[in-house]
Structure formats: structure tokens, C-alpha cells
Design a protein around this ligand. Structure first.
Ligand SMILES: Cc1ncc(C[n+]2csc(CCOP(=O)(O)OP(=O)(O)O)c2C)c(N)n1
Ligand SMILES: [Mg+2]
Length: 332
């Protein structure tokens, strides 16, 4: 898909996309630096390189829309409006975390922002998203649920069951596959016979759309379409966003399995500098405007981290709090 920056999105949306993408990148960079130096102790599955997808979702979704993501969800959570203090707080086991530090990196949820699940079980997000979409329909709400998952997840049975039910019942779901070309250490082409994840949609009777996952404008165009379709009763869409995981599967993964030159080639298409260059070329923003956005993102990350590091560790009396839901207060 060829996109025209000046035609497809307003300057306000361009700015918001760059703010989100630089915030996601800065949050990842700072976490990686802190873990590498021993300053921060936590497990982490980096999302560096996949920012454009989450930023596009951030500008296309309403606050009450629902999101289900995975362990590699830092960027998705930021895009959906989860405060960075609650994300870092959860990762670092502090009382200020989204689940008061009890969930950790793999289990960040914040219903107030519409984030209902982060899961470490590959493929388990789509069926939950389908359930959330069914709930919205029963409640008569016009909100949309996005399930964000990897290419590897589309090889699991639960993905296929969820896709079938979503299509059969025209549920308001958008299935967003972040095809980063690896599942752990295995290249995608070694795990599926077909070349395009989007082709799987035909088997369920829903549109399958393949889009450049490093182009935030193409993503906004495709997502706007899919979200609108879902919201107006037209049913689900499978969106394959083709990107690349610029860091290891987990923080510390030496990536020895990657063929020589592959990472360098992928880094040349890094969505953040690429979008910066495109914004400058289009002319709505100058170098100084974009430098200022980057500075503000880095400052926001430092401020959030300082707050988290000054916060108390998860208290012992948290252990049995929030373990059982009160059905009367359960978010829909
Ligand atoms: C059901 C299940 N099987 C295996 C694993 C181990 N595992 C963790 S991440 C991963 C790869 C998933 O790849 P993909 O869906 O492409 O997501 P990515 O990590 O690339 O974002 C696997 C196999 C798991 N967590 N859950
Ligand atoms: Mg993958």
C-alpha cells in the first residue's frame, strides 16, 4: 500500500504518532540500559522495532476500546494509555505497578485504559478478545477489541478457534498479528507453509490485510478501516503487520541464530528514524520540533523510572488481595 502522509493523516495525528513511537523507543532503551548495567532487575521481552504498530493502534482506538496483548507488550501498553509508572512499577515489583507489583512483566492489565490482559501463553489472547467482544455486544456497547499477538501465535489451535468464532458471529474484533519474522529463535518460514499470515483469514471468511508494520501511516489507514468495520457490525479483520524484532526474544538473548547481515538490513528500516525522515520530508515539522518531542519522551521516561525506584516494593499484605474477583465489581 502506498500512503501519502499529507493526505492520509492530519498533522496532529502525525505528531501524536511520533510522540508515541519515541516514548515507546525511549522506554525500551532505558529499560534495556538499566538491565544491562545491573541497575534494574526484571525479565523483559523487548518490543524495539515494532513501535509503529502500537502507535497506530494508540491513535485509532478509543479509551473504552479493549486491548489484549502479550509478554512483548511494552509498546502496546503505552499506545493504549497505560501510565509508564504503572508499567515500570509492575515490571520492577513495586507498589505503584498496575497490579501493585504482583503480576510482573508478563501480566500487565489495566481495565481503566481498556487493557484487559497481557499473557505469556502464546495464542491465548485471541479467544479472550473474542469473549470481550461478545460481552460488548451483549451489553449493547459499540466498543471494539484488538488482540495483539505474534506470527507464531497464528500456528496455535486457540488462534484458529478464535478466528472462526469471531468471523461466524461478526464480532467487533481486530486481530493484529505483529509478524516480527521470528518465534523465539525460529524464523517464521520454518513454522508455516504459507508465506503470508494474512492469507489465513480466507479460511474463516474474514478480510486478511497485509501491511508494512514499520509504516505508521499505512497502519493507521488499515486499522481505521478494520476498526470502523468492526464497530459498525461488519465483523473482524486479520491484519498482518510485517515488521522485525530488532532485539533478542528476551533481554540478553545473544541472537546467534540470526543469519549474518539480517539484523543490519532490518535496522536500516527501523520505524522510528524512518518516520522522522518522512516527517521532515513532508515539511510540517522541522528538526527542532522533532528533537523536542524526543527530548520530552526521554524526560518522561526518566521521571517515571525515578518515581518507580522511589516507590516501596510490593507489600506482603498484597499477597491475598485481588486474588478473587468480586463479581459485582467485575469490569465488563
Ligand atoms: C502455548 C505456549 N507454547 C510455547 C511457549 C514458549 N514461547 C514463548 S514466546 C514463543 C514464541 C512466540 O512467537 P510469536 O507468536 O511470533 O511472538 P513474538 O515473541 O515473536 O512476539 C514461544 C514458542 C509459550 N509461552 N506458550
Ligand atoms: Mg514473532
Amino acid at each position: 500500500m502506498t500512503t501519502d502522509l499529507t493526505v492520509d493523516v492530519s498533522p496532529e495525528v502525525q505528531r501524536r504518532l511520533y510522540e508515541l513511537m519515541t516514548l515507546m523507543k525511549a522506554a525500551d532503551d532505558r529499560l534495556s540500559k538499566g538491565i544491562a548495567s545491573g541497575e534494574l532487575v526484571c525479565v523483559y521481552w523487548p518490543s524495539r522495532g515494532q513501535e509503529a504498530i502500537a502507535a497506530a493502534a494508540g491513535v485509532c482506538l478509543r479509551e473504552d476500546d479493549r486491548l489484549v496483548t502479550t509478554y512483548r507488550g511494552l509498546h502496546d501498553l503505552i499506545g493504549k494509555g497505560v501510565p509508564l509508572v504503572e508499567i515500570y512499577g509492575e515490571m520492577l515489583g513495586r507498589q505503584v505497578g498496575a497490579a501493585r507489583g504482583k503480576g510482573g512483566t508478563m501480566h500487565i492489565a489495566r481495565p481503566e485504559s481498556g487493557v484487559m490482559l497481557s499473557t505469556g501463553i502464546v495464542g491465548s489472547g485471541p479467544p479472550v478478545a473474542v469473549g470481550l467482544a461478545m460481552a460488548a455486544r451483549r451489553l449493547g456497547l459499540d466498543r471494539v477489541t484488538v488482540a495483539s499477538f505474534g506470527d507464531g501465535a497464528t500456528n496455535t489451535g486457540s488462534f484458529h478457534e478464535a478466528a472462526n468464532m469471531a468471523a461466524l458471529w461478526d464480532l467487533p474484533v481486530v486481530l493484529v498479528c505483529q509478524n516480527n519474522q521470528y518465534g523465539e529463535m525460529t524464523p517464521t518460514e520454518h513454522t508455516m507453509k504459507i508465506a503470508h499470515v494474512a492469507d489465513r483469514a480466507a479460511g474463516y471468511g474474514m478480510p486478511g490485510v497485509r501491511v508494512d508494520g514499520n509504516d505508521p501511516i499505512a497502519l493507521v489507514v488499515a486499522l481505521t478501516d478494520a476498526v470502523e468495520r468492526a464497530r459498525s457490525g461488519g465483523g473482524p479483520t486479520l491484519l498482518e503487520c510485517v515488521t522485525f524484532r530488532l532485539r533478542g526474544h528476551y533481554f540478553g538473548d545473544p541472537m546467534a541464530y540470526m543469519p549474518e547481515g539480517q539484523l543490519a538490513a532490518a535496522s536500516a528500516a527501523d520505524p522510528v528514524p524512518r518516520f522522522r525522515a518522512r516527517l521532515l520530508e513532508a515539511g510540517n515539522f522541522g528538526e527542532l520540533d522533532l528533537d523536542e518531542i524526543e527530548r520530552a519522551s526521554a524526560a518522561a521516561v526518566e521521571e517515571a523510572l525515578a518515581t518507580v525506584l522511589a516507590a516501596p516494593a510490593t507489600a506482603l499484605d498484597e499477597l491475598d488481595r485481588d486474588v478473587y474477583a468480586d463479581p459485582r465489581n467485575c469490569p465488563a
